[in-house]
Write a new protein. Structure first.
Length: 543
């Protein structure tokens, strides 16, 4: 509804908003927000859990993405509605801060908004719903902290189980989880640094390189750097052990003048003399490299063919036009100093590596620098095509984030919906202590949590009503909090035995932020939308 004249004073119209501004108020706004939230929740529901379905996303230029990752789906879906964009930001924030739980956060927030809207239609005030959700969240987090288990970060088997639980939804429970879980555990364990009483994990040290061909078992972890370039000259060595590495940021080719110049040539000998001097000026830079004892050269700029030939004769491996980010990672991994002036090349500024090797993956060649130090780590992923590799990349990132979360907060909760159902039970039990309409709000919060478990049960191919009821019954027994959905074997089971563990930090983050988003949306009763004004006829046309 366009609102340009919302009031009159003394019989005269008062213009408050421009004509291109639309305003929605009251129940219309809440209903519209609830509908948007429900659509997004229903869209992602089928992707929840290890047996969740993939979504096929086609971009504006025809690029195709197969994924069940909540953050990827929403990011690629070009959501336009303001409330929908809040869900996109929720998933992105969850992915950035804890690396997992994006789908759970969105589906839970959607359920909270829908159930909150139902209460509002019954006459419950939106502020009361928001306050009730906040109180229910406090009960949920307290329950989660009670059932959380503290672990030791040197327990490799448990770290692998946590990584596998995080990776499973990304590649499916039928996939081979072990290679990715092992790599995720190993890279975090290698890069974790203890500062005081706490560990710090710098995931920026981890590089992921994707190469088409082979299968997942052919993937490898490199304690060093993978440079996606090939050796400059075919006669250069392809493997160098005990490498002495020079990193240079200057050109090893004849420079072109920056201004136009003219040279008067009087004889053919004059041309030869000019070319000879140009070559000598470049080769003088090269002599410093060989004198310092380098047997591997990474150059950020270009290397001329005659220089590459000279390096090959000297038995030096050289790679040109290396990305600045790779040069910096090489400096960290090998201890080399990036050199900008040829005169500064001395033995003390060279780096060291156990081995430098050119490796061929299909049609691509890369240079692998094995430093043996955990300062920089690289993962080479292999797969049948780009789509599968993209999925593997998302999976390994989730696994790395899951293990990294344990180093920051070494507590886990049980997966497979076990902890969610236990928290739901605690909130439902706490409602009897509330008064009046607040009991309805607590019940709505508890039911929204149960919806997540029902969705998980349904997506794993189990009977939604029968098996969810069985889970509720089991959770009312002593120590029944260990029962959840075993997606691998398609049954209700003690998830401790199947090794389904999630970081407590992830669980707490998504449940808190989903609750905050739901409360924020339900309290909006006025929406002002500014649309693009229509272009004037003839505007921009030349007279």
């Amino acid at each position: 509804m366009t609102v340009a004249i919302p009031a009159q004073i003394g019989g005269q119209p008062v213009l408050i908003l421009k004509e291109n501004v639309n305003r929605r108020t009251g129940d219309e706004v809440i209903a519209n927000s609830a509908m948007t939230a429900e659509v997004i929740g229903e869209f992602l529901k089928s992707s929840l859990g290890p047996k969740g379905m993939d979504k096929l996303l086609v971009g504006t230029v025809g690029d195709i993405t197969f994924t069940k990752s909540g953050v990827t789906i929403l990011s690629e879906a070009n959501v336009e509605h303001p409330v929908g964009k809040l869900f996109v930001e929720l998933s992105k924030a969850t992915d950035k801060n804890v690396g997992d739980g994006t789908t759970s956060a969105v589906v839970f927030a959607s359920a909270l908004i829908r159930r909150g809207f139902e209460l509002i239609k019954m006459g419950v005030h939106p502020n009361l719903v928001a306050v009730g959700y906040s109180k229910a969240l406090g009960v949920a987090v307290d329950c989660a902290e009670k059932i959380a288990m503290r672990i030791k970060v040197d327990d490799e088997e448990l770290l692998k189980k946590v990584a596998s639980t995080a990776i499973m939804p990304a590649i499916g429970s039928d996939g081979n989880l072990e290679p990715l879980a092992n790599m995720a555990m190993e890279v975090v364990k290698s890069t974790a640094e203890k500062r005081g009483r706490r560990f710090f994990v710098d995931t920026e040290q981890i590089s992921i390189v994707k190469k088409v061909g082979g299968n997942l078992s052919d993937s490898r972890l490199v304690r060093g750097v993978v440079v996606e370039k090939e050796v400059q000259h075919p006669n250069m060595p392809k493997v160098v052990k005990d490498a002495r590495i020079a990193l240079v940021d200057f050109s090893l080719e004849v420079k072109k003048t920056e201004i136009s110049t003219e040279i008067e040539i009087t004889s053919p000998e004059h041309i030869s003399e000019i070319k000879s001097r140009e070559r000598e000026s470049v080769l003088s830079k090269l002599s410093n490299i060989t004198r310092a004892g380098a047997n591997v050269l990474f150059c950020q700029k270009g290397i001329a063919d005659f220089v590459a030939h000279k390096l090959a004769n000297e038995g030096i491996m050289a790679v040109s036009r290396v990305k600045r980010s790779d040069v910096e990672r090489l400096a960290r991994a090998t201890g080399a100093t990036i050199i900008n002036d040829p005169e500064d090349i001395v033995p003390e500024r060279l780096g060291n590596a156990k081995e430098v090797e050119e490796v061929t993956y299909g049609k691509d060649k890369v240079v692998i620098v094995e430093s043996g130090e955990p300062v920089a780590l690289s993962i080479v992923l292999r797969g049948a095509d780009e789509d599968i590799l993209d999925n593997y990349e998302r999976a390994i990132k989730r696994g790395v984030s899951a293990v990294a979360n344990l180093y920051e907060d070494p507590r886990v909760v049980l997966g497979g919906g076990a902890s969610i159902l236990e928290v739901s039970k605690a909130v439902n039990k706490a409602k009897v202590k509330q008064k009046g309409e607040m009991q309805l709000v607590f019940e709505a919060y508890s039911r929204a949590l149960e919806e997540l478990v029902e969705t998980l049960v349904s997506n794993c191919g189990l009977n939604k009503l029968k098996d969810t009821a069985e889970l509720r019954t089991l959770h009312h027994r002593k120590n029944g909090f260990v029962f959840g959905v075993d997606g691998l074997n398609k049954k209700i089971a003690d998830v401790r035995r199947t090794g389904l563990y999630e970081p407590f930090r992830v669980f707490k983050y998504w449940i808190e932020n989903a609750t905050d988003l739901a409360s924020l949306v339900l309290k909006v009763d006025d929406m002002i939308l500014t649309t693009k004004p229509p272009e004037e006829k003839g505007k921009g046309e030349r007279a």
